[in-house]
Design a protein. Sequence first.
Lengths: 607, 599
Amino acid sequence: MRYVKLHENEKVPVFKNIAYALKLVWKADKKLFLSYMVSYLADNIFMRYIQGVLFLKVLLGVIDSGGDFNLFLRDLLLFFGVTVFIKVVTWWSSYIRQVSTKRVLKVLNNMVFEKAISLDVAEYEEPKFYDKYQRATLVMSAGYYDVLCSDFADVVSSVLSLIFLLGTVASIGPVYLLFLIPTLFVFVIELRKSKKVYKRDWEMAGNNRTKAYIQRTVFLKDFSKDMRTSNIFSVMMKRFDKAIKENVKILKSYGFKLFVYSMISTLFSEFIPLIGTYAYAAYQFVRKNTLSVSGFSVVISAFTSVRESITLITYCFDEMAQMALYFQNLHDFFDCETNIKDGEKTAGKFESLEFKNVTFRYPSAKKNVLENISFKITKGETIAIVGVNGAGKSTLVKLLLRFYDPTQGEILYNGVNIKEYTVDSLRNAFATVFQDYRNFAISIFENVICRECSDEDRERAKSALKKAGLWEKISSMPSGGETVLTREFDENGAGLSGGENQKLSTARLFAGEYEIAVLDEPSSALDPIAEYKMYESLIDATKDKTVIYISHRLSSAVLSDRIFVISDGRISESGTHKQLLGSDGEYSRMFKLQASGYVREEGENDA
Amino acid sequence: MLKLNKKNKDEHSMFSNIMYFLWLMFRLSPGLVIGDIMSGIFRTLPPRLVSVIGVKYIIDTVVEGKNLERIYYAVLIIAAVIIFGNLITILYREFYWNMERERLYFKLNSKLYEKAHLLDLESYDDPDFYNNFILTIESSSDNIQGLLGLVQNYVANLISLGAIASVILAVDPVCLVIILASILIFLPLSSKIAELQMGRRIDNTRYHRRSDYFQRIFYLQDYAKEVRMNGITPLLMDRYNDAADDVIDNQKRYWKKISLCYGIQQVGVQGMGFMLILPLYLGYCVLVKKTLSPGDFVATFNGAYSIALSINFLTVWARAVMSERAKMIEKYREFLKADYKIKDGRGKAECAEPKTISIKNMSFTYPGNDKPTLNNINLEIKPYEKIALVGYNGAGKTTLTNLLLRLYDATEGEILIGGENIKDVTVASHRDRFAAVFQDFQTFSCSIGENVALDKDFDSAAVMEALNSSGFTKELKYGTDTEILREFDENGVMLSGGEAQKVAIARAFYKKCPYVILDEPSANLDPIAEYKLNQTMLEAAKHKTVIFISHRLSTTVIADKIYVMENGEIIEAGSHEELMELGGTYAKMFTLQAEKYKS
């Protein structure tokens, strides 16, 4: 909790954020806040005031005033009744609280999911936003919403019991207050101290990240082979040693300051009140002979309770201030406006797609990724987009699917700017297999169909899996297509290899209804034969469809009606395979290079 | 292979585990262990003693009315005790504990890492083992902190329990009996609570694993594109909500019982014991029998809470924490004790000119599998040969290279290099003969020089040359000292997939060794880069033996010999021309791929 990275000069409107957080939790489920308040008020006031002070005061009062045992007994039973009542309240409210906290978690998560899904992909790719978003999600995943409620209830109830305590002490002897008041300063000192601690931890954050990274390289499977066949381990240990030494240096540099703060805090919280009270009581008795035993004992006990309350308030306040930052992130997240706005039209049957002078630059980039791209695709065409790594091929797809909007120019679907369609209807027109495809830990059928499956859906999924060349493997599993992917939470789950996973996401395309298929390196993880088969079924499945292939394997380009070669963000060449090969440009150079291995053979055979 | 998951008879007792780790820490840092125990005593004892003895002494002095001036001395002593206790604790914490803990963490973890980084690769394949392995490493810092805190509190509570109990015993033994009785009667409830909490946590972990997974899909960048394109969101949300409801039901089930137990225990101990029976007896003694003083009343009353705290800690809390901690330490011990299956041979392999590599009747089955991944492989690789391994996904190509590197040992058969079994030399010297670029290679967050050399000392000029050969063209601001990735350095250079692959390939160029293994070296490269790589590789590896795995058969044409693998066996072997003539699987695969390049 304490190792939060707070930028030194970052000002956070603590109170505003706390108010926002409480409102959010209140809206999610009122019971959480209420049960925290009830149980903490009961608990704190009971423990620190009733049990800790009042009880002694009343009983010793009876003893002091000459001692009627019946009166003593009556008071005792009265307290017992109160105790039972309070314990029942605490018991009930803690039950409510423990259930409600998970309910709040569910509601908040649902809110976040819905917002997240409405956000632009662009936001996810913006490191600053993404970082903030990840911190915001800690509100849920680390349970900060619960911590904040608890802290708030603790502060309120502690302040209240503090007032009772000071009132009681004042009624015994106002002078005693003089010794208790310094305790209040502890609040200020402790806050100062924890600011120093943040600063220290903030300085160590980089080193701690290093430590965590090194630990990961040691135990993650990903690194295991490189680790064992090289000497990189020595590099990691050198860094580890350095991180530790730097941390020790930082800790050393803060030692004295923190020592001073701690000592001052002790002075105010323990030394002055305790010694003052004792000394004053002694003085009163020795000089004036007027000390009441009950008064003295109560003040001593009250002092313990006051100190505990102050410590609690300081700690909780401190923690709330840190939580506030996370809630601010969450607030920003909920307030985040998407740049990709819905249009009103519904994208219908596909006729044509046109890029008109499209230029694009990523938000924080210095250079355009795409520069003045223009082309037109009509129904039924098969298009290949080729180019070297980083030429802008995948960006083109992102614009097409409205993950980003062009910086300049426009994209027309059936002659209408794609911004005028609703995002959903536009995206529905496409079926995509991404380079970085993902599958989910749900059943294989569900992975293909993307919803709860009916019998009809299962049949459709089955034939799609057949086309993708995966059904043979899946039908051999005990639960067939109902098998859940990964063993993450199902012992009988299936782990698929890279190639099989790629086939599975391609099956999604085979099962779907769409106008245009977009395939971004769909065969990168497949062996030659599987790749060949995959293309055969793709060609078959997309016979009457419009298809856009993106690949740096030119073999796929040969099959297409038209090829666009992208280099440095521009379309440098376009045409059919034959035309391009004849034009002696970049495409023909790439093709010949790649083909040289194969073509040499052909030539020799011919000869 | 280490066996951590096996429940065996030689598991140590809780006490033995705790003492083992304590002794381990004591040897590495005696000051920290002793210091923590002492500071625990200094922190706990003075305030508790003052609240019992101090208060009693002063009240009694007042009531008896004799030697009044002595009160001043008493106050002075109390002040001194409190301030001294605090001073010692704070001095210790700020000037020693903080730093020493960091150092101890380093010493303990270095030991762990040394062991972990040489662990057999096989260990990763067993999920049970792997989970324990991660747990062991991740819990090491908790073990330090947790165990020290535990011991500290344990000793402190033990001492203060003794001290306060004897004070109360001196006041009136009956009081001590009442206090102990009311605590001990309700003690079984505490165990019950601990048991219920444990059950709740275990169940919750299971449900949470599910809800966390679906939560992650929405939280992580990786899935952002996928969930936007295929309308899977409602399904995933439903799944999340199902899991979340399971958690809620689980909470209901357990907390009904847990909070009831808490309620009963608190009403029993605090209500009945300390706020009814004890004061009743005390009041009777003070008011009616007049055997006790008001000072005794207050002291006993305060002492009761202190005793309750201590007993609760010592019996329930400490025991629960200890047994949990002991389980961790058990894993830790077995981990350190465990033996490697891949054993060093006696000799030392030399890293000189290539020799013949012969693989004889080699078979290999991954642990836990029934089917062998490699079946009776025989092949001979002559010095300076360029060998290509081709075949379907899962045919066993990568496994073959794993065995060559002794990442695993063959189940049957043997591998000889220059006539010497690779098991007869040390693992390190054997692996040192190879430069390997894996399909799932990693770049490390350190300087580019270290990344290429994979060592802390490197020759800058040679690194630059290797990068050049692999076609790496990115500008490096600080030359070979430029940091890669942003784990450590905010200005670290991020690499694209293709660039990272070039760095990985540069490693093979850099390393002075006779054998090179390349597993799909051009998977992330575009055609031009791929072509250039093939050219430079031939050039640079002239004096080396090269074994490479590829799906793109255009790259295999240049090989001296091609081995085609299927289902763990070598089904064809020969040069490209020979295999084409043979007209088998290779020819089929090649023709399929080449077909598209016919112009």
